[in-house]
Write a protein that binds this ligand. Structure first.
Ligand code: FES
Ligand code: FES
Length: 155
């Protein structure tokens, strides 16, 4: 395995790791940086549990080579907001009591935040389209729709 020194910018901090350049970004975030919010779901870009922002756009970190994000800004759920100062989407997910098991929510929140960044007042159809490729096995979809609309109203 070819190892390389890779510099990552994550949530405003700089990290240098030694890794296989083809290793998924998700593994670097979870195993090297010990960030627990991006989750491993399918590993095949099918569920969204691993979503982070790359220069503000949602990407699936399970299929993104770690070397592809050098020199770019990665934001995780922890960089979006904090318990004391949550992002409007995070606050709305709490207010609408969205979580069931919670495993998928990283993806829904990161994708919703990116949607509201480019379209602060989306229609129901636009919300559904933006979130169409995400999976939740607990069936929280209607609560998520309410939460995204609540967040849009609060922005
Ligand atoms: S774990 Fe990345 S999309 Fe499912
Ligand atoms: S809240 Fe359990 S999978 Fe979505």
């Amino acid at each position: 395995m070819l190892m390389a020194r890779i510099t990552l910018q994550v949530d405003g901090l700089t990290h240098v790791i030694d890794a296989d350049p083809d290793m998924p970004l998700l593994y670097a975030l979870r195993d090297d940086l010990e960030l627990s919010n991006p989750h491993f779901g399918c590993g095949l870009a099918q569920c969204g549990a691993c979503t982070v922002h790359l220069d503000g756009e949602p990407i699936r970190s399970c299929v993104t080579p770690v070397s592809a994000v050098e020199g770019r800004q990665v934001t995780t759920l922890a960089g979006l907001g904090t318990p004391d100062n949550p992002h409007p989407v995070q606050a709305a997910f709490v207010a609408e009591e969205v979580p069931q098991c919670g495993y998928c929510l990283n993806g829904w929140i990161m994708t919703s935040a990116a949607l509201l960044e480019r379209n602060p007042h989306p229609s129901d159809a636009e919300i559904r389209e933006a979130l169409a490729d995400l999976k939740c096995r607990c069936g929280t979809h209607m609560a998520i729709l309410r939460a995204v609309k609540r967040a849009a109203e609060s922005i």
